[in-house]
Design a protein around this ligand. Structure first.
Ligand code: FAD
Length: 301
């Protein structure tokens, strides 16, 4: 099919882009990489009156570190983030990006576009939630920072208002003693995940804490801040990583019951997704824990 007719504007400043969106009274849509929006237009699942192309807004095309964050502007392509050495400051991003579709898609698709699109099975929203990234939203009232865990409110639904632009995503830079894990199961490489996990573990002396985000398992990325049982299970294993899987299986069963609340579909039942989630979570938490201990200097690199 072909898209329904729409007007197209390409402003060169952020205030103009916001004004263009505001003037459509909810009938406009931002286009960034077009990798999700164009197929949706072609299928006529969306019929915006106006597309506001933000690719000529120079200030949105920046990536760099500042104030403890890696900041990625709205027009920065996923592939650029993947290749830029500055991204090493956020290892979880580097682990997740190769899972986002295919390289050709990533050379057009933007990080902020993926967050704004908010597919429940997408990788980058899960990374943002696991790290509780700050999402910078700019609209007619100015800019505000929304924690990622408050940004996603349902499938394809976010805190963005009709004339808001997600101008940047700020991911916290990893510190000493932090380790990460990321994995998913999809039917083919490049497909959206049936179930996936992002894990972050922090080891500080005798204290361990962990954060686990599931995706493809609910209508949005779901995060468990595992200060309790999971962190205890990780700590109890001490150096014996071979014991981790069995020690984690009890607490993870409860976590899977709580977090995996999607209905079954043609590809996988809820029970199967719960099993996938438990298995992936156990593996990735174990890896993240080992990496955290290496980063803390507790074991040799
Ligand atoms: C075959 C195929 C396979 C794919 N596989 C995956 C996959 O495995 N995992 C995955 O995560 N994604 C996948 N994608 C989607 C891809 O990653 C997109 O790049 C991404 O979801 C959207 O980024 P974009 O810049 O192209 O956004 P666009 O397509 O331009 O926009 C997507 C939506 O976000 C809005 N939007 C975009 N930028 C902003 C902004 N700055 N502020 C406010 N709203 C904005 C648009 O209005 C639109 O509603 C796939 C796409 C295709 C076609």
């Amino acid at each position: 099919m072909k898209a329904a007719p729409f007007a197209y504007v390409r402003p060169s400043t952020l205030p103009d882009a916001i004004a263009e969106l505001a003037s459509t009274d909810g009938g406009g849509k931002v286009i960034a990489g077009g990798q999700s929006l164009v197929p949706v237009l072609a299928m006529r699942l969306a019929r915006p009156e106006t597309l506001v192309d933000i690719n000529s807004v120079a200030e949105l095309d920046r990536i760099g570190t500042a104030g403890g964050y890696l900041e990625i502007g709205a027009t920065v392509r996923q592939r650029r983030v993947e290749r830029d050495p500055v991204s090493a400051a956020v290892p979880l991003l580097g682990m997740a990006l190769p899972w986002v579709g295919h390289r050709e898609l990533r050379s057009r698709g933007t990080v902020c576009g993926s967050l704004a699109h908010a597919d429940p099975a997408a990788e980058l929203p899960a990374v943002a939630c696991c790290l509780n990234a700050e999402l910078v939203v700019t609209g007619t009232g100015g800019a505000r920072r929304v924690p990622a865990r408050e940004f996603f409110s349902g499938a394809m639904t976010t805190a963005l208002g009709p004339s808001d632009i997600l101008t940047a995503a700020r991911f916290p830079i990893a510190g000493r003693g932090e380790g990460f894990g990321f994995a998913e199961i999809a039917r083919r490489h490049g497909d959206f995940a049936l179930a996936g996990v992002a894990a972050r573990v922090r080891v500080r002396g005798a204290e361990t804490d962990a954060e686990l985000t599931g995706f493809g398992v609910s209508d949005r990325p779901v995060t468990c801040s595992a200060g309790g049982e999971l962190a205890t299970a990780l700590s109890e294993c001490g150096g014996d990583v071979s014991r981790l899987a069995s020690t984690l299986s009890g607490p993870l069963t409860a976590v899977a019951e709580e977090l995996v609340d999607t209905d079954g579909d043609a590809h996988a039942s809820r029970d199967y997704r719960r099993r996938l989630f438990r298995t992936l979570a156990s593996r990735e938490l174990s890896k993240a824990y080992e990496r955290a201990r290496r980063s803390a200097g507790e074991v040799n690199p």
